[in-house]
Write a protein that binds this ligand. Structure first.
Ligand SMILES: [Zn+2]
Length: 182
């Protein structure tokens, strides 16, 4: 998937999750931060791509030492990211993990790690697949589920549907917010 598609699909999934779990709008600021962080997190695993914006903008070209869909596209990579980010962010402001009592800082952490995870999940359905258990096990999801070509018309259609879903869910949320405040 292209980064834009990853962002749209991941935001749509998380927003739907908020609505279904009935936690949407309990804290609008946290929700917005969660969705924005999801969008950022959903782009992170592809820093190993030669054409990634992160690689192009930073002085280090990540793709030189990370081959595409290597360590960043594994369960281990996600766990390391989750743990290191928790440690670093916790140094600044404590992360609150009690369910439904998250502070805004926790929403950012959650958004980043959920976005990252959803990226891997979305890539699992592509023709290249994902080696979730590398370096311990060489099992690729390639061909196990439905397959789409990166940047192809199926992906574009899914991204478009995600975009429409985001618009509808946001309109629903705003409508609900206004009826509450009236
Ligand atoms: Zn990827």
């Amino acid at each position: 998937m292209l980064i834009k598609s990853h962002r749209l699909c991941s935001i749509a999934i998380v927003e739907a999750g908020l609505i279904v779990s009935n936690t949407y709008l309990k804290s609008p600021t946290s929700d917005i931060l969660l969705l924005l962080a999801t969008s950022v997190g959903a782009g992170l695993p592809d820093i190993d791509h030669p054409n990634s914006t992160a690689s192009k903008k930073s002085p280090i070209h990540f793709s030189l030492f990370l081959h595409h869909r290597g360590i960043t596209h594994t369960l281990l990579g996600w766990l390391i990211f989750t743990g290191v980010l928790y440690f670093l962010m916790n140094l600044v402001i404590p992360i609150q993990l009690r369910p439904f009592e998250f502070n805004w800082w926790t929403s950012i952490w959650l958004g980043l790690i959920i976005g990252y995870f959803l990226h891997l999940l979305e890539d699992s359905f592509s023709t290249q697949g994902v080696n979730w258990l590398m370096p311990f096990h060489k099992v690729n999801t390639r061909g196990r589920f439905l397959r789409y070509k990166v940047g192809g018309s199926f992906e574009k259609m899914i991204a478009f549907l995600a975009f429409i879903a985001i618009l509808m869910m946001t309109a629903y949320a705003l409508g609900k917010m206004m009826t509450v405040s009236v």
